[in-house]
Design a binder for this molecule. Structure first.
Ligand code: MN
Ligand code: MG
Length: 649
């Protein structure tokens, strides 16, 4: 056998295979064309890889970094589209600096667009946070975008007119592998959660209405097809969500995958990653390919920490008819994990850094300058052993915000309580991991020390009985103390994270640590006869177990984080998209000066006889012992901690 014979045979076999596979398409040869879709979402003004709260660089996010991924991904392919999915102009101090301090006049270009206009975006979608500063500010900002915007489900107040361009039909020429160009019309349609009407009621009521995402898609996708769209890309600012429509679903991307004609979904809003293992048991989801019911999809996290990519293999026949032959989604991160460390994998794009230099410096000055004053030092050294000012400020701000939020709603009359936990309280993060803000000026950046995580505010509806169980779960952080023992007794259970030690302000109570804990760390009822929380009172009277309260908390706790009894996400009455720390900043702007003293609404119950317990805190806490009751220094503990004694009497 020689080479020549083999190749002729192979050729014949190939031709035969084609003829068998395409018996009715003998005269319409199909060509394969590759198209790469790239998505950014939920940038939240993180143009720079800078954490303005901590006032330091952070290599785990920033469009300045994503830009480098975008340029590399684009260079790998002949055909690509770049789309942003919104939540762009609000969400970090640069956003506040632009909206509240510098301002945006007609003709000004917002720094997000100074950056994005350098990257060749093909389209942008409007996210829910775009409405946070009102419709006029949004309109002024959008004028600076050097690319078109879409939104299909925000209508004029009478519901008759689209407020924005509902969809685009982008005319492009895609190159096949032989370099031949094929004209294509790519439809792009955008959506925002209809919940904007609740979240930004004060800006939107009477001016616009928001429609159901899936219904809107069912109306417009056929129209796009009839106008010649060969391909339809849906860009919902909306998470994966339920597989059963409830109507006006906030997270509708799974439901969108079932709308005929949708070829790809670039989604977001949930700040999560798709494809990822977390979705592997969702019906219809293929996490290896990144498809939902066969439709290609991607969701690239938040703050530019990932670039989302969908590689579509399209086939086009001689008649110009296109179809998706295959799709593969992937995520590319701006960092990689090395143990628990995030190590940068790309450099900042120098053009972007230069473009927003002025606004970056303006934001630095903005976060460093005083926006309020505190009349005393705010520290968390004793947050787990006495009522604490660093938690009090958080719960006060949440209560203020939620009371305003509930005004005029069906929950208007509910008494508002507020829950907060010490995030920085030593533990496994070490003896330096405490909040300590000196008396005097308070700057925006100090808020990072008061609220460490980008949680968002949520409100749950609970009964007085449930408030008690909530506090019983918190009280699991304490070891059971034997008042008759003279042996050294550690007060704190080191396996119980401090961020699960919720203090609830608005009620008063005592904690009896001589009783067994009622719940274990996993929220399991382990001592049904035991009650550590005693003297629980509302407005000075024993709490009525049947009375209904609204409790301000965060998305983590409300959705079941920490496995608290009665908190499983079902009794959430408000899911604010606002971060708790944004609320604290607004509170500071509003109040100017704050008095950080704790109201001492909780304390330890008096044991049957006095007993001294031991706890660890920072060595820096020693200087503050004089401000406490019954605490003394014992001596150095492990890992740089100092040991202190507390007399319960
Ligand atoms: Mn977002
Ligand atoms: Mg308090």
């Amino acid at each position: 056998m020689n080479f020549f014979t083999l190749s002729k045979r192979a050729l014949l076999r190939g031709l035969l295979a084609v003829a068998l596979a395409l018996p009715f398409a003998a005269f319409a040869a199909e060509t394969t064309v590759k198209l790469r879709l790239m998505e950014t979402t939920d940038i939240h003004v993180h143009v720079m890889n800078y954490d303005y709260y901590r006032d330091q660089e952070d290599h785990s996010f920033g469009l300045s970094k994503t830009a480098s991924l975008i340029r590399a991904a684009r260079a790998e392919t002949a055909n690509s589209l770049l789309i942003d999915n919104g939540d762009l102009i609000q969400g970090n101090p640069m956003g506040d600096y632009m909206a509240r301090e510098k301002g945006l006049k007609d003709g000004d270009v917002h720094p997000v667009y100074k950056a994005m206009n350098l990257l060749g975006y093909d389209a942008g979608n409007i996210g829910n946070h775009e409405f946070n500063y009102g419709l006029d500010y949004l309109a002024t900002a959008l004028k600076g975008a050097g690319f078109p915007y879409v939104n299909a489900n925000v209508m004029s107040a009478d519901g008759q007119r689209n407020m924005y361009t509902p969809y685009l039909i982008l005319e492009r020429r895609l190159k096949d592998e032989a370099g031949k160009e094929h004209p294509i019309k790519i439809g792009v349609i955008g959506f925002v959660p209809p919940q904007i009407m609740q979240w930004d009621r004060r800006h939107l009521e009477g001016k616009v209405v928001a429609k159901d995402i899936v219904e809107t898609a069912r109306r417009f996708v056929p129209e796009m097809k009839s106008k010649g769209a060969d391909l339809v890309i849906a860009v919902p600012h909306s998470g994966l969500g339920p597989i059963e429509a409830a109507g006006n679903d906030e997270n509708a991307s799974w439901l969108l995958s079932k709308v005929p004609g949708v070829d790809a979904i670039l989604f977001g809003h949930a700040h999560l990653l798709f494809p990822s293992e977390q979705y592997k048991s969702v019906a219809g989801v293929d996490v290896a390919k990144g498809t939902i019911n066969g439709v290609a999809a991607v969701m690239p996290g938040f703050w530019g920490n990932h670039l989302g990519i969908i590689d579509l293999t399209l086939s086009v026949d001689d008649a110009g008819k296109w179809k998706v032959a295959n799709a593969q989604s992937q995520l590319r991160a701006v960092f990689r994990m090395e143990g628990r460390q995030r190590v940068p994998v790309v450099d900042n794009d120098p053009a972007i850094v230069a473009a927003v230099k002025h606004e970056h410096e303006g934001t630095l000055a903005f976060v460093r300058k005083a926006v309020g004053k505190t009349s005393a030092r705010i520290h968390s050294y004793f947050a787990l052993v006495q009522d604490d000012p660093s938690i009090q400020i958080v719960t006060d701000a949440q209560k203020w915000y939620v009371e305003n939020l509930l005004k005029g709603t069906e929950y208007d009359k509910l008494p508002v309580l507020s829950a907060g936990a010490p995030f920085k309280a030593g533990g496994r993060s070490g003896p330096d991991f405490y909040t300590d803000i000196p008396a005097g000026d308070l700057a925006v950046k100090n808020v990072a020390d008061l609220y460490l995580y980008p949680n968002t505010v949520q409100v749950v509806r609970v009964t007085g009985a449930q408030v008690k169980e909530w506090l019983e779960m918190s009280a699991g952080i304490f070891n059971q103390i034997d008042p008759n023992s003279t042996a050294e007794q550690a007060l704190l259970n080191s396996n119980f994270p401090s961020f699960n030690y919720d203090v609830i302000d608005g009620v008063t109570y005592k904690i009896d640590v001589t009783k067994p804990r009622r719940y274990d760390n996993d929220g399991k009822l382990v001592a049904s006869d035991s009650h550590r929380v005693v003297d629980l009172a509302y407005q000075g009277k024993p709490i009525d177990p049947a009375m209904v309260f609204a409790v301000a908390t965060n998305n983590y706790r409300a959705s079941g984080g920490g496995k608290f009894p009665a908190l499983d996400g079902k009794n959430v009455i408000v899911e604010s998209p606002e971060e708790n720390r944004t609320v604290i900043i607004e509170y500071l702007f509003e109040k100017g000066a704050i008095d950080p003293s704790a109201d001492n609404n909780w304390s330890f119950a008096k044991p049957v006889k006095p007993v001294t317990v031991v706890f660890e805190s920072s060595p820096a806490a020693e200087a503050l012992l004089a401000t406490t009751k019954g605490m003394t220094k014992l001596g150095p503990g492990a890992s740089g901690f100092m040991r202190y004694a507390l007399k319960l009497e």
